[in-house]
Ligand binder design. Structure first.
Ligand code: CTP
Ligand code: MG
Length: 232
């Protein structure tokens, strides 16, 4: 019997507009190496991951140096130069490119290039929680803050109950065929889970970690350095 494999798929074709740096945030240096390299090394360190695929923009000038710096681990890495205009399209192009390598029931773990705080332990927690799951799921954190909704002028109009609210992280892990179908059928989602939800399915929420936050704004780099030094 074929037992499903696990593939990592990293969309890395964004420009990092909100980071407003000289280069896309996935290539900024963090603790001596590019942000994206941390992510790739985490997947390489996880025995569960059969292969890692990275989707970059067609004209990406940085990825070749990063692959060259990976040494022998580069054999477990494939670059797909078909980034799209949105994250969804980058992921969809990646999925189409690995058709053949991935069987319908293989698992795909889609992970943002800009989340360098992922650890092998988090990858394994997610995979173990979903081993026999019919739908798949994602890392996420229960919301702890009191939430306010503003209407205009930055003034609180109401307090939104946080009960049942989670902040989505990545990896988001689904079977290859289901994920490809879900992403092809919708245009209006910001993550894989959103596409699966639109099919009427309910992805499982698996507790992630604050260190697995997404680098978005300039000050986030200093926070990532702190997490890296703390190794927690
Ligand atoms: N991404 C992608 N293709 C796009 C847009 C985003 O592969 N067309 C990737 C990014 O490289 C990142 C992940 O999706 O790894 C999450 O996206 P986000 O944090 O929004 O990154 P950017 O789009 O680069 O940042 P910004 O929205 O500030 O421009
Ligand atoms: Mg974006």
């Amino acid at each position: 019997m074929h037992s499903p494999r696990h593939f990592a798929l990293i969309p890395a074709a964004g420009v990092g507009a909100r980071m407003a740096s000289g280069r896309p945030k996935q290539y900024l240096p963090l603790g001596g190496k590019p942000v994206l390299q941390h992510v790739i090394e985490t997947f390489h360190a996880s025995a569960l991951i059969a292969h890692t695929f990275v989707v970059v923009s067609p004209g990406d000038p940085y990825i070749d140096a990063l692959v060259a710096a990976s040494g022998p681990a580069a054999q477990r890495l494939t670059v797909i130069r078909e980034g799209g205009d949105t994250r969804r399209l980058s992921v969809l192009n990646g999925l189409r490119a690995i058709r053949g390598a991935a069987k319908d029931d293989d698992w795909v773990l889609v992970h943002d290039a800009a989340r360098p705080g992922l650890t092998p332990a988090l990858v394994e927690r997610l995979a173990a929680s979903l081993r026999d799951d019919p739908v798949g799921g994602l890392l996420a954190l229960p919301v702890v803050d009191t939430l306010k909704r503003s209407v205009e002028g930055g003034r609180a109009e109401t307090t939104v109950p946080r009960e049942g609210l989670w902040a989505a992280q990545t990896p988001q892990m689904f079977r290859y065929a289901l994920l490809a179908r879900a992403l092809a059928q919708t245009a209006d989602v910001t993550d894989e889970s959103g596409a699966i939800e639109q099919l009427g399915l309910k992805p499982k929420l698996v507790e992630g970690s604050p260190r697995n936050f997404k680098l978005t704004l300039p000050h986030d780099l200093a926070l990532a350095e702190l997490h890296l030094k703390g190794q927690q």
